[in-house]
Design a protein around this ligand. Structure first.
Ligand SMILES: Cc1cc2nc3c(=O)[nH]c(=O)nc-3n(C[C@H](O)[C@H](O)[C@H](O)COP(=O)(O)OP(=O)(O)OC[C@H]3O[C@@H](n4cnc5c(N)ncnc54)[C@H](O)[C@@H]3O)c2cc1C
Length: 413
């Protein structure tokens, strides 16, 4: 079949590669090249965080918001002018913070993420992307045991879904990473995780593998999509073109195309940041997630990447400086005396729905048009499996996970 994939981030490229391997004639559209800094897939923390099955809104979140937003070192940022536009998304998003919803979301995310490292290995096997996959442990770091215990619900849920970890006191942490400062008082080290040592190069290498199988790339913005009975009509550069199937994998920008099919898509950007420290005087042996500051620290090919945080401010506002200052303050406390030669900073857009689950599968209103977007904080991890699920559906195979939580029309009513 002739299949169009709109978006060349990790999700679109993974989908395109599985489709090309199935023998389809694939055309990928994007206004930027795969691996471009405009993509969320470029600047993320690179964690194959298969245990990140607990959504952001949890029972204590509402009470914690003022401190997260106004406290020194709070990990939440807001462009206040954007608040009126944010409210229709924010209110239902925060309402999902009850324990039953958190557990429901975790069950769906566990299905999607549990074998994520293997899914990355499978998609990258035999391609130039393979060397960018690192595997090992991944540690949640806390000031002390009390801070770890404050997240007991998160860890209980992880345990219920089969994840295991070692609890490390300060002495055990120092044994693994002697440069850690006094703020690293307790840790939970998860097993069998992975990380990508250069996310941009990884996406580009996966795309090269698509090209090698004959996939075409059209560097253009897709302006419109509509079903035509036998597939989809796609408008770009002022002209409509027919494809037998189409996949919307346009990240945080997917809303317009998906809503034009008649769906309601409560999708918002959770803006996130990174600072890449080049030639740092210290590199951790494996990635950390800083519990209090809510960001990842990942050893990468070009240096040490601090990445994460959340800022609400929409797709168009310029980056802020406060989040990157927070990275620098935190890393200096984590590794007292750390120095680095140079740094680059970046801001990108996580595509987030109000129920913290991606939209994966065929549109209930437009046969032949598929959704593959909305993977919020875990899209790098889930990208290859998402691509495989879409390709399998097009091939008529039944998935081995329950796809109901990801359905395209779940917000329509
Ligand atoms: C700071 C930060 C840290 C993160 N850390 C992690 C992490 O450690 N692990 C993890 O799993 N996830 C992480 N994420 C989330 C992850 O990066 C995203 O969920 C994922 O990259 C989304 O991939 P995507 O392909 O859906 O979107 P993108 O990578 O944003 O790609 C979408 C593409 O669609 C294109 N596009 C949009 N509309 C159109 C159109 N109309 N026509 C043509 N092209 C179009 C865009 O140009 C873009 O290239 C992080 C995100 C951020 C911001």
């Amino acid at each position: 079949m002739r299949i169009a994939v709109i978006g060349a981030g990790i999700v679109g490229v993974s989908t395109a590669l599985w489709l090309a391997r199935d023998g389809h004639e694939v055309t990928v559209f994007d206004r930027v090249d795969p691996g471009d800094p405009a993509q969320a897939s470029y600047g993320n923390a690179g964690l194959l965080a298969r245990s990140m099955i607990v959504q952001v809104p949890t029972p204590g979140l509402l009470r914690a918001v003022p401190k997260m937003l106004f406290g020194t070192d709070g990990p939440l940022f807001l462009k206040w002018r954007y608040l009126p536009r944010l409210m229709p998304w924010l209110v239902p998003f925060l309402r999902t913070g009850d324990e039953a919803s958190v557990r429901r979301t975790a069950a769906a995310l566990s299905d999607l993420l549990f074998d994520a490292v293997d899914q990355h290995r499978a998609i990258a096997r035999g391609t130039a992307a393979e060397p960018f996959i690192a595997t090992g442990e991944y540690t949640f770091l806390y000031r002390n045991r009390a801070a770890y215990l404050a997240e007991a619900l998160d860890f209980d849920i992880r345990r219920e879904h089969g994840f295991t970890w070692d609890e490390l006191d300060r002495a055990a942490l120092l044994e693994r990473d002697p440069a850690l400062g006094p703020e690293a008082g307790y840790g939970a080290t998860m097993h069998d995780h992975g990380w990508i040592t250069d996310p941009a190069a990884y996406v580009a290498a996966l795309f090269d593998a698509c090209r090698a199988l004959g996939a075409a790339f059209i560097r253009a913005e897709v302006d419109a999509i509509r079903p035509d009975g036998q597939g989809a009509q796609i408008t770009y550069n002022g002209e409509e073109h027919h494809f037998d199937q189409a996949v919307i994998a346009s990240g945080a920008w997917s809303r317009k195309l998906a809503e034009s099919l008649g769906h309601r898509i409560p999708l918002e950007t959770e803006r996130g940041y990174h600072v890449m420290l080049q030639n740092p005087s210290h590199r951790p042996p494996q990635p950390y997630l800083i519990g209090a500051a809510k960001f990842g620290i990942t050893p990468m090919a070009q240096g040490l990447r601090c990445a994460g945080l959340v800022e609400f401010g929409g797709l168009d506002a310029l980056p802020s400086t406060a989040p990157t200052d927070l990275f620098r303050r935190t890393i200096r406390r984590l590794y007292p005396g750390i120095e680095w030669q140079d740094e680059t900073i970046w801001m990108g857009h996580r595509p987030s729905t109000i129920d913290s689950l991606p939209m994966i599968g065929q549109s209930a209103r437009a046969k032949g048009i598929h959704f593959a977007f909305g993977a919020q904080h875990i899209g790098m991890t889930s990208g290859p499996k998402t691509g495989r699920l879409i390709a399998d559906h097009i091939a008529g195979k039944t998935p081995n996970i329950d796809m109901t939580p990801f359905k395209s029309d779940r917000f329509d009513g």
